[in-house]
Design a protein around this ligand. Structure first.
Ligand code: BGC
Length: 764
C-alpha cells in the first residue's frame, strides 16, 4: 500500500473521529481496527479499493437480502415482485439471497449478478441448514442430548458438505438461544437450557460449518442467532415480548454468543423480539455496544426475516424509511426481506439520518466475508453439478447421521431391565402412528430434505426380527402436516384402539411409539399443553390395561409432561426426532447393540404450571421446605422436575467415589472423582461438574454446570475424571456487564446428572 493511501486513510479516520457523537465511539473503534488491518491485511485492502468504487446505491444494495422463492429459468418472471428482484439483481442492489438451492439455480443467479451488474460483486447464498441438508441429523436439541462435541461438530461438517454441494455458502445456524420454556416450539433448534453446555455446542457447530478454511469449497458461513433474548419469549409464545433482568442477560443469554464470536463465527442474526422495549433489530446497545464494540465482532449482522419491518408493528418505527434508519443506526448490517434498506436507506443517508460511515462499515463487513469465502476468485465455486450428483445422501453422511442419532437417545426409565430387548423375543407389538412415520423423524427444519426419507421405527425393527406386529391405534394428526400451516390434531378418532388393544393383549411386550409429529415443534409452534397430543394418552392407558409390559418410545421436539407414563410405564426411551437414520438408531438401542448414553439438555416438567423450570435457579429467600405454607412452592405440585437436566440412564450403572479437591494452585483448582462402571456391560457416561458460589454481590444460582466429560468404560473399569476451576469458571457478570471474580466459599458436585453426585467445598 502506498504511503499516500495510508495517509489519506488516516486523514479520513481523523475526520470521522472528530465529527463523531458519543454513540459513534464504538464504530470508530471498529473503523480503527479495520484501518489497522488495512496496514497488514490484503483482504481489507481489496475491500477498501472496492468500497471506494461503489455508489451509495450499490452500497445499500449490499445491505439487502431477498428471498428467492421464484424460478429463474429465463428472463424476468411474470410476477411483479420477482421482476423487481430480477432488476435489482442486475443493478447491484442485492447482496445476498436466501432459499435459492441447487447448483444450476445458484449459478444462474450468480451469473446474472456477476456478469450484468456494474461491479459484479457476487451474492452470498443463505439457507436454514439447521441439522443437515438432504441427509438429516437429529434435531439440534436431540444432538445436544449427546453431550458429544466431536459428533456434533461432525454433524455440522456433513451439513456443510451437502449444503455447499448445492450452491449454499451460508447457513442460518447455530441457534444458541438458551430457553427454559418447553412451550416455546423453537427449543428443538437450540441446545437446551444451559449456558455452559450451549456455548460449547454452539462453538462445535460453528467449527463444523466453517471448518478451518472458509475459502474451501465445502465450508460455509455459520450464523449465531437470534441476538438476543429470543428464547425468553413470555409464556413461551413465539415472537412474544422478552423482559429479562440484566443478570440473566449477561450470565445466561449472552455467553453463548460471546463464545461463538471468540471462535470466529462470521455472521450473527438479530431477533424478532423486543428487549427492554427495544426491538433487537434496532438495538444499538446489543449490536453496536456489546457485539461489535465490547466483543470486537468483525463479521456482519443480518436481520431476521422481516424483523426490520416488524419494528413498525412493535410501535418503534413509523414506516419503512424509519426502519432503514433505526436498523442501520442500531447496527444491523443486512436486511432480510424487509426491503427497507434497498428502497429507503440511500434517501435516509442523503437526508443525514444515517451517517454514510455506518453504511461503509456494514458494507466492509459484508464484502470482507465474500472475500473470505473466495467468491471474488471464483463466484461459482459452490455450483458443481458433479458434487451435487454425488454428495447428497452420501453413505458416509448416513453413517455419521446414524452415529449421531444413537448418541442422542436418552433412556429415561428402565424398570427391571426391561431393555434391551431380547433378540429372540417373541411377539413384539408395535403401536402408534409415529412408528410408521417416515417424515416426522426429520423434524421441523427439513427444507432441503425430502419428505418420507427417514428410516421409520418399523423399518429399523424389521432388521432385527420378523416377530413384529403393528397396529397404528390412532393418528396423531388428521391431515398431512405442513411447514407453514397449523396442525390438525386428532382429538376424537379412536377407531383403531380396539385393534391395538387386542394386539397388545396377545403380545409379550409392547413398543408404543408416541409423541409429536415433526411439525409440532419449530418456529411458530408454541403450545400450552405438553402432554402426549390428541388421543395418545388414552391409547397408552387402554393398552396398559391389557398389557403393562410397555416400552414407551417417545418422539418429540421438546420436553413433554408425561407424569402418568413416568409412574406407570416400566421403560421410557426419549428418541426426539432423530433424522434420516432414526429407525435404525432406535432399533440398535432397543436391542442393545448401542448402550444409550444421552443426558437431558433440558428439564422435563411434571406439569406446564411449573414452567419455567430449570436446574439452576436462585435459591430464593424461602427455599424450604417448612411445615407452614410460607415458602417457595406450589400447593398442588412438587417443586422437583419429572426428569432433571443432565439426567439419563444406561444399560449399565456408574458409581462416583473419591471426590478430591486440590486447592494448592488457587488459580486453577482441581476437582476429581473416580467413576466406576459397576454393571455388566460397557457403557458411556457423561461426568458433570457443578459449582455453587455461596455468597455473591449478585446472588448466584444454586448450581451451575462448569465442566463435563463423556467417556466409555468397560464393565468393572474405573476412571478418574479431573476438572479445573479458574477465574473463568468461578467468576460471573455483574449487573453492568463486567466480569468479576469474587473470593469466598464454593460448593462443588460431580455426578452423572444435575441432581445426584458427590459434593464437597472449598474456599478461594
Ligand atoms: C427465522 C430464522 C430463519 C429465517 C430465514 C426466520 O423466520 O426466525 O431463524 O433463519 O426465518 O428462514
Amino acid at each position: 500500500m502506498t504511503l499516500f493511501y495510508r495517509l489519506a486513510l488516516g486523514a479520513v479516520l481523523l475526520l470521522i473521529l472528530n465529527q463523531c457523537t458519543v454513540q459513534d465511539k464504538i464504530l470508530q473503534q471498529t473503523a480503527d481496527k479495520v484501518a489497522d488491518k488495512v496496514m497488514l491485511d490484503v483482504t481489507d485492502q481489496k475491500v477498501e479499493a472496492l468500497l471506494a468504487q461503489m455508489t451509495l446505491e450499490e452500497k445499500v444494495g449490499q445491505m439487502n437480502q431477498y428471498n428467492g422463492f421464484w424460478e429463474f429459468t429465463g428472463p424476468a418472471p411474470e410476477d411483479g415482485d420477482a421482476k423487481v428482484k430480477y432488476d435489482h439483481l442486475k443493478t447491484g442492489r442485492v447482496g445476498s439471497v436466501l432459499n435459492v438451492r441447487g447448483a444450476a439455480s445458484v449459478r444462474e443467479l450468480q451469473e446474472l449478478v456477476v456478469e450484468e451488474s456494474r461491479l459484479g460483486i457476487p451474492l452470498i447464498f443463505g439457507s436454514d441448514v439447521i441439522h443437515g441438508y438432504k441427509t438429516l441429523s437429529p434435531i439440534p436439541l436431540a444432538e445436544a442430548a449427546s453431550w458429544d462435541l466431536k459428533a456434533i461438530e461432525k454433524s455440522a461438517r456433513v451439513a456443510a458438505i451437502e449444503a455447499s454441494a448445492v450452491g449454499i455458502n451460508w447457513t442460518f445456524a447455530p441457534m444458541v438461544d438458551i430457553s427454559r420454556d418447553a412451550r416455546w416450539g423453537r427449543v428443538m433448534e437450540g441446545a437446551g437450557e444451559d449456558t455452559y453446555l450451549g456455548s460449547k455446542i454452539g462453538v462445535a457447530r460453528i467449527k463444523g460449518f466453517q471448518g478451518d478454511d472458509l475459502s474451501a469449497d465445502n465450508t460455509i458461513l455459520a450464523c449465531l442467532k437470534h441476538f438476543a433474548g429470543y428464547g425468553f419469549a413470555e409464556a413461551g409464545k413465539d415472537y412474544n415480548t422478552v423482559d429479562v433482568g440484566t443478570s440473566t442477560l449477561y450470565n445466561v443469554i449472552l455467553p453463548p454468543f460471546k463464545a461463538g464470536v471468540e471462535n470466529g463465527v462470521r455472521t450473527v442474526m438479530n431477533s424478532f423480539n423486543v428487549l427492554n422495549g427495544i426491538p433487537a433489530t434496532g438495538d444499538a446497545f446489543l449490536q453496536r455496544e456489546i457485539l461489535k464494540g465490547k466483543w470486537g465482532f468483525d463479521g456482519f449482522v443480518i436481520s431476521d426475516w422481516g424483523s426490520g419491518k416488524e419494528m413498525i408493528d412493535h410501535g418503534f418505527a413509523k414506516d419503512l424509511k424509519d426502519v432503514a434508519v433505526l436498523a442501520t443506526n442500531g447496527g444491523s448490517d443486512m436486511d432480510m426481506e424487509s426491503t427497507a434498506n434497498v428502497n429507503h436507506l440511500q434517501e435516509a443517508v442523503e437526508a443525514g439520518l444515517v451517517k454514510e460511515s455506518y453504511v461503509d462499515d456494514a458494507v466492509r463487513r459484508i464484502l470482507r466475508t465474500k472475500y473470505e469465502l473466495g467468491l471474488f476468485d471464483d463466484p461459482y465455486k459452490y455450483c458443481s453439478p458433479e458434487k451435487e450428483a454425488t454428495l447428497l445422501y452420501h453413505e458416509d453422511h448416513q453413517a455419521a447421521a446414524l452415529d449421531m442419532a444413537k448418541r442422542s437417545i436418552v433412556l429415561l426409565k428402565n424398570d427391571n431391565q426391561l431393555l434391551p430387548l431380547n433378540k429372540q423375543q417373541q411377539k413384539i407389538a408395535v403401536i402408534g402412528a409415529l412408528a410408521d412415520d417416515k417424515s416426522s423423524p426429520l423434524g421441523g427444519w427439513r427444507i432441503g430434505s425430502d419428505d418420507g426419507t427417514a428410516v421409520s421405527l418399523l423399518e429399523g425393527l424389521a432388521k432385527y426380527t420378523d416377530q413384529i406386529s403393528y397396529a397404528k391405534g390412532a393418528d396423531v394428526v388428521l391431515e398431512n402436516p405442513e411447514f407453514i400451516k397449523e396442525l390438525k390434531i386428532n382429538e376424537t378418532d379412536k377407531s383403531g384402539f380396539a385393534e391395538a388393544v387386542a394386539l397388545a393383549a396377545k403380545s409379550d411386550i409392547v413398543l408404543m411409539a408416541l409423541g409429536e409429529v415433526g411439525f409440532h415443534s419449530g418456529e411458530g409452534r408454541s403450545r400450552t399443553k405438553l402432554g402426549l397430543p390428541g388421543v395418545q394418552q388414552e391409547l397408552l392407558e387402554a393398552v396398559h390395561n391389557v398389557n403393562p409390559n410397555i416400552v414407551l418410545v417417545l418422539s418429540n421436539g421438546r420436553p413433554l409432561t408425561i407424569p402418568w407414563a413416568a409412574e406407570n410405564v416400566p421403560a421410557i426411551v426419549e428418541t426426539w426426532q432423530l433424522g434420516s437414520q432414526s429407525g435404525n438408531a432406535i432399533a440398535q438401542v432397543l436391542f442393545g447393540d448401542y448402550n444409550p448414553s444421552g443426558k437431558l439438555p433440558m428439564t422435563f416438567p411434571r406439569s406446564v404450571g411449573q414452567i419455567p423450570i430449570y436446574y439452576n435457579p436462585y435459591n430464593t429467600g424461602r427455599p424450604g421446605p417448612i411445615d407452614l405454607v410460607f415458602w417457595a412452592h406450589y400447593g398442588d405440585e412438587s417443586n422437583t422436575p419429572l426428569y432433571p437436566f443432565g439426567y439419563g440412564l444406561s444399560y449399565t450403572t456408574f458409581e462416583y467415589s473419591n471426590l478430591q479437591i486440590d486447592t494448592t494452585d488457587a488459580a486453577t483448582i482441581k476437582v476429581s472423582a473416580t467413576v466406576t462402571n459397576t454393571g455388566s456391560v460397557a457403557g458411556e457416561e457423561v461426568a458433570q461438574l457443578y459449582i455453587r458460589d455461596m455468597v455473591g454481590s449478585v446472588v448466584r444460582p444454586i448450581k451451575e454446570l462448569k465442566g463435563f466429560e463423556k467417556f466409555e468404560l468397560a464393565a468393572g473399569a474405573s476412571k478418574t475424571v479431573t476438572f479445573s476451576l479458574g477465574d473463568q469458571e468461578l467468576g460471573f457478570y455483574d449487573n453492568t456487564g463486567n466480569f468479576i471474580v469474587e473470593p469466598g466459599d464454593f460448593q462443588v458436585m460431580i455426578g452423572g446428572s444435575s441432581d445426584a453426585g458427590l459434593t464437597g467445598a472449598f474456599t478461594r
